[in-house]
Design a protein around this ligand. Sequence first.
Ligand SMILES: Nc1ncnc2c1ncn2[C@@H]1O[C@H](COP(=O)(O)OP(=O)(O)O)[C@@H](O)[C@H]1O
Ligand SMILES: [Mg+2]
Length: 158
Amino acid sequence: MRELSTVEQTRDFGERLAGLLRGGDLLVLTGPLGAGKTALTQGIGAGLGVLGAVTSPTFVIARVHRPDGARGGRVPLVHADAYRLGGAADPRAEIDDLDLDASIEEAVTVVEWGEGMVEQLADAHLRIRIDRRDDDTRVVELVPVGGDWSDRLASFSA
Ligand SMILES: Nc1ncnc2c1ncn2[C@@H]1O[C@H](COP(=O)(O)OP(=O)(O)O)[C@@H](O)[C@H]1O
Ligand SMILES: [Mg+2]
């Protein structure tokens, strides 16, 4: 659990988290509307060195951000909104079906989910839960699910 008092801290957290990521990763962000899921994804995009402004994918199903070689970017970022995906059991299969100009195997995929939609997801992923407190600070919790996420988180000082 970590406290994030400003949007800049949330972006910075995402930027540092990106150092842990590699192609094929699935990150699932949960939390209420306005929690900071998109802000965190902006930080991840900055850390990965991808092109294009990361904005809410609410009006598209998913958006691909290509790596910017000039900034050391190597993997694309796929940013999707689960409301648009219809809460499927395997969001990656559905994203793959979209025929995006990026392969899920190569990309870091970040899916924004609403609360209570993610429990059926069996595929290995890093779940990132953001909550908003009454004083407007955010609290973020990283939950490793399957794969080698536990080991990878052990080397990450949140
Ligand atoms: N500590 C914080 N972390 C993230 N966002 C914050 C924080 N404090 C205030 N905000 C504001 O809350 C909003 C979060 O929006 P957004 O990232 O789009 O949320 P979500 O994608 O979860 O709906 C932004 O307007 C942001 O400026
Ligand atoms: Mg959002």
